[in-house]
Design a protein around this ligand. Structure first.
Ligand code: AMP
Length: 562
């Protein structure tokens, strides 16, 4: 065993025991305990008037949909997809599928016809529940197009549009299509006892959810997660946030991603807390309005969402004093932003969560009372019941504390595998059960983890491992540099050479390669001094706001003729 504190290994505590029940059983237990408390509020549906469910009401609606799905003949383990922006029916379907043991497949609302068809076929989806067509996406049209090409897909179910402006829910045209309201009517055919029987036949270790990872290359992979994985991850996060039935959690992050459906729904609803949906997509004003109108105690977002909320011209007019906590995840939070979130949004206990879809998702988290420094430069410590270690990517050996390597996670949160891709699963999870995250990180003496970038971004020049972030941080000190990304480009002699891609400050003096090298000389080891310089106006970004270094590398190779 790795027990030496000098090595980069930590195990989380086990203060709050893991739950050993299915998602459906857990929800019924909470609904029986807190029947009259708010469970779900859709703050601003397209029709305008908020929609609300108490725990008892939500449980009734979940059961009605669950019985309707049984009436359709949906079997345990069959895949039922949801393709919709956030709405109350998303949550209702999440719990209804969990109660009957159908595997919910989260389909990214930004997908287009080609991606939809790939996902439908990859998991042999049987039923797809989809949003009404809106100004961004013709969900109905694209699903109809895909249907004939997906032999296992038998039913499309159209969600109501609740008066979405000038646009409409699909009108069923044949037997393969139904409206959500029509589907619900089928519930009458199935007695409550049939649902209870199905629930009793489920095991918490069954797969219950597939989430496709957004990988920047290749086809998406379907991370397959069990009740045990995601219910417990949600519940452990809530324990660290100190959630009780008094909490009211405002969720402007998408449900199709684990941030919304696990850190949001499964977490809050396992404590008797309320979940509040500010709107279908993210709007900074709608998020703050929902906090104000419904007394939010906790608010979620990636750092750019908090930045947008703080930048609202009427930010000071919102009443946010009910807030006490929240979750920020996805990327590092700048210090000034964290200071304002704590000071001006009253989120004194806001936590940083780190993780990935494949680990349900959260594997490290800051704790209430952690310093500002810990909440801005680290992603906290290992979650309860999980283990973390940092290994040398080449040898697989655990590295000393402070040294950089690949972060690995083990324990209850590791996914079952990638849906029908055993080779890909074996590449990600080793024989000892460690999930290799592909993230570079280091662990300090107290077990706090610092993320250093993606392993794919690491540059190997003449046998030396170079971590771009170190050089980027150094170059940030140059007075003319506004933003910088360091990448590796192919080189015959050294394998790879460094290129600094730089956005200059407005009005800054021009910078050439020789001046850049002068700036580095004597301050960086010779092999870390960039050979090439690329002055640019902007960096290519992914939809989720991550810089696409792969694309910059391809551009550089083409431009330099390497
Ligand atoms: P996804 O599977 O889409 O949730 O993406 C997971 C990836 O997001 C991780 O492997 C990290 O690279 C990154 N990530 C997640 N949380 C954080 C965080 N708190 N700080 C920095 N990077 C993060």
């Amino acid at each position: 065993m790795l027990s030496s504190s000098a090595l980069s290994y930590t195990a989380g505590d086990a203060a709050v025991p893991l739950l050993d029940e299915t998602i459906g059983a857990n929800f019924e237990r909470l609904a029986a305990r807190f029947p009259d408390r708010d469970a779900l509020i859709e703050a601003a549906p397209p029709g305008g008037t908020p929609r609300r469910w108490s725990y008892a009401e939500l449980n009734d609606d979940v059961d009605r949909l669950a019985r309707a799905l049984l009436a359709m003949g949906v079997a345990k383990g069959e895949r039922v997809g949801i393709w919709s922006p956030n709405c109350a029916e998303w949550t209702i379907l999440q719990y209804a599928t969990a109660k009957i043991g159908a595997v919910l497949v989260n389909v990214n609302p930004a997908y287009r016809a080609h991606e939809l068809e790939f996902v439908l076929k990859q998991n042999g989806m049987r039923m797809l529940v989809l949003a009404p067509t809106d100004k961004n996406s013709d969900y109905v049209g694209m699903a109809r197009q895909a249907l004939p090409h997906c032999p296992e897909l038998r039913e499309l179910v159209f969600l109501p549009d609740h008066g979405l402006e000038g646009l409409a829910a699909g009108i069923p045209e044949d037997d393969s299509e139904s409206a959500y309201a029509g589907l619900l009517e089928l519930a009458e055919e199935v007695p409550a006892s049939a649902l209870a029987e199905r629930m009793a036949a489920l095991d918490p270790r069954d797969a219950i959810n597939i989430q496709y990872t957004s990988g920047t290359t290749g086809f998406p992979k379907g991370a397959t997660l069990t009740h045990h994985n995601i219910l417990n991850n949600g519940h452990q996060i809530g324990s660290l946030l100190g959630y009780t039935e008094q909490d009211r959690v405002v969720i402007p992050v998408p449900f199709y991603h684990c941030f919304g459906m696990v850190i949001g729904n499964l977490n809050a609803l396992s404590f008797g807390a309320a979940t509040i949906i500010p709107g279908r997509g993210f709007s900074p004003a709608a998020a703050l309005q929902a906090v104000q109108d419904f007394g939010g105690t906790s608010l979620y977002g990636v750092p750019t969402m908090f930045i947008a909320e703080l930048a609202l011209p009427d930010f000071a007019q919102y009443e946010l004093s009910t807030l006490r906590t929240g979750v920020m995840a996805g990327s590092l939070c700048p210090v000034e932003v964290m200071e304002r979130v704590i000071g001006e949004m009253h989120m004194r206990d806001v936590a940083i969560c780190y993780g990935m879809t494949e680990t349900s998702p959260v594997s490290t988290m800051t704790r209430a009372g952690d310093s500002l420094e810990h909440r801005t430069s680290t992603v906290g410590r290992t979650m309860p019941h999980l283990e973390s270690k940092i290994v040398d990517p080449a040898s697989g050996e655990t590295v000393e504390r402070g040294a950089i390597g690949e972060l690995c996670t083990r324990g209850y949160a590791a996914m079952k595998g990638y849906w029908e891709q055993p080779e890909k699963t074996a590449e990600a999870i080793d024989d000892e059960g460690w999930m290799h995250t592909g993230d570079l990180a280091r662990m300090d003496g107290d077990g706090y983890v610092v993320i250093e970038g993606r392993i794919k971004d690491m540059v190997i020049r003449g046998g030396e491992n170079i971590y771009p972030r170190e050089i980027e941080e150094f170059l940030f000190r140059h007075p003319s540099i506004q933003d910088v990304q360091v990448i590796g480009v192919p080189d015959e002699k050294y394998g790879e050479e460094l290129m600094a891609c730089i956005i200059l400050k407005p009005g800054a003096e021009a910078l050439d390669e020789e001046q850049l090298r002068d700036f580095c000389r004597g301050k960086l080891a010779h092999f870390k001094v960039p050979r090439y310089l690329d002055i640019r106006e902007s960096f290519p970004m992914t939809v989720s706001g991550k810089v696409r270094k792969v694309e910059m590398r391809e551009e550089a190779v083409a431009r330099l003729g390497l």
